[in-house]
Design a protein around this ligand. Sequence first.
Ligand SMILES: Cc1cc2nc3c(=O)[nH]c(=O)nc-3n(C[C@H](O)[C@H](O)[C@H](O)COP(=O)(O)OP(=O)(O)OC[C@H]3O[C@@H](n4cnc5c(N)ncnc54)[C@H](O)[C@@H]3O)c2cc1C
Length: 193
Amino acid sequence: MDQKAAAALGKTPEERLEAAMKKDPLLSSETRGAKRISEAATYANYQLISTQGIGENWASVGDAFGFVDPMLSPGMMLALHSAELLDEQLSTKALEDALQVYSTKMTESLNAWRDLIDYFYDGRIFELHDRGSEFQTKFPFLPLGFIETFMNTNMSGMASGFTTAEPWSRGVLKYAERFVLGNTPYRSCYAIA
Ligand SMILES: Cc1cc2nc3c(=O)[nH]c(=O)nc-3n(C[C@H](O)[C@H](O)[C@H](O)COP(=O)(O)OP(=O)(O)OC[C@H]3O[C@@H](n4cnc5c(N)ncnc54)[C@H](O)[C@@H]3O)c2cc1C
């Protein structure tokens, strides 16, 4: 959740939890009459990408190199991928080059995941979906289904890790954002908007 949106809900975690539950229609109806029986726990952002993931005769792998996405859960995949990539580089290049290439590729991969997950955290992905659906409802005579299929396929490829860092997939998402959202505001905190 966006920090400013969270702060607007109240001063303490308890106040924020209760305000969020009250504001959201689904949560408020589901929790009518509910009573809190423990303290409200908070969880701060633990996204990180190491500024230095390699050094003389050492390299970090997995979470030690970076962890960016608790939502789409690529942690295990990236941990295994980093070990595989390091092994591949070490068996084909001299040590220093191997570590450098490994570090560059891992940083690119983590940055691509962080870019993707930002779309979910700040609500752009939901806004894109909603605006597409609104457009289809407004112009039912236009054959727009293929655009939805195309966007869904692109998003599945990215969210499953197959094409997360591919320039084409990232470009499609950026272009859709520019074309559909433009400079219009979108709901920064979707659940309680
Ligand atoms: C609550 C939770 C839910 C998650 N859910 C998912 C999920 O659904 N899907 C997914 O893909 N990922 C998930 N992840 C992330 C995933 O677990 C991690 O990204 C992944 O385990 C990272 O692997 P790793 O080998 O880099 O690190 P770790 O699995 O953390 O392994 C590091 C190991 O090093 C050991 N260690 C630490 N310090 C030392 C030391 N000084 N000496 C010796 N050993 C040491 C630790 O005990 C640990 O065993 C989740 C993480 C959490 C916390």
